[in-house]
Ligand binder design. Sequence first.
Ligand SMILES: *Cc1c(COP(=O)(O)O)cnc(C)c1O
Length: 400
Amino acid sequence: MSLAAGRPYLAIPGPSVIPDRVLQAMHRGSPNIYEGPLIEMVASLMPDLRMVAGTTGHVALYIGNGHAGWEAANANLFNRGDKALVLAVGQFGLSWANSARAMGIEVEVLDFGKSSPADMERVEAALRADTGHKIKAVLTTHVDTASSIKTDIPTLRKAIDAAGHPALLAVDCIASLGCDEFRMDDWGVDVMVAACQKGLMTPPGLAFVWFSEAARQRCGRTDLATPYWAWGPRAEPEEFWQIWDGTAPTSHLYGLREALDMIHEEGLPQVWKRHQTLASAVWAAFDAWGAGNPAIAMNVADPVNRGWSVTAARLGAPNATRLRQWCETKAGLTLGIGLGMAPSTDPAYHGFLRVGHMGHVNAHMTLGALAVMEAGLVALDIPHGPGALANAARIIAANA
Ligand SMILES: *Cc1c(COP(=O)(O)O)cnc(C)c1O
């Protein structure tokens, strides 16, 4: 017997749930890409893209996913042979480092493991040791989606400044933009990378690179910035096609317009608050489950270091995989796999999962997901502490 018929819920950390409004906005034939309404609509996106990033700086749009966003940032920040300092607190930081290395950039990785936040004293020491100022930029994730660790960006900025180092600060907000508080200008971020399929609620296909005026002056004319990747013409186009270096991703743009309208209507601070509250409900449930079974725990011990859009947890192998499969086949809820915690061929892999709570998510979706997980724990005889749903409900009640 399965109870999965009905509207499914994809609670993975991207792509996220697409609002019906966004789907409907995308459902149209191709518009004229040379003149007319599309050109005006795209111009209207730019102030809103700056608003969600918290910047008055520049923004370049690319047809691509988050990996494309990394390469776009790399290409404009570095010449071949330049050096990057990468902070890694999970798989995504390591993957950004790999992308830079593959492009001929010299990469120094500060690896803080998979469960601890970045140690800013180590960052400061690494920058002080670079007396020749070979490091051109510091690259970091805001929220690493594999570990769900959040990096304290204002403190990182202070560490760079304390070292007296001129390196630019580049941040991957692919998992956090439109979910977790982020203020590019106030926090002294020079380059920020995001994509449209997580907090921005649009199907995968658009990547964005925001850059400060300082970054515009110091970067963008590198030997890696080929015509397709160079951010200059995209951010300051003389003709519409230059925004894309070719044909515009027309349907995606209408979807993004609608998603940004939805963020406007709710208000960005309220969007952050909603994510924080729903995340807290998820954490409260895990705390209760874990109190009755030491094998169940969230990956990040201190809530201050947890992202608001995704929660990585362990249940002990093979129970995470069993629970995911039960939730999907019996109840229509798809949870995320564990990523970067153990190789998929290692039996330990089946002990990890992630709950995505990003974008178009509300209280009943989160409480529903947690209740389904609880039902799965019961059905599968996985030991767990009591009170998870009451805890989660109390968080919702206190913040609604
Ligand atoms: C999802 C994600 C990526 C990768 O994005 P893709 O669209 O899968 O290429 C990179 N970094 C972070 C933090 C992410 O959450």
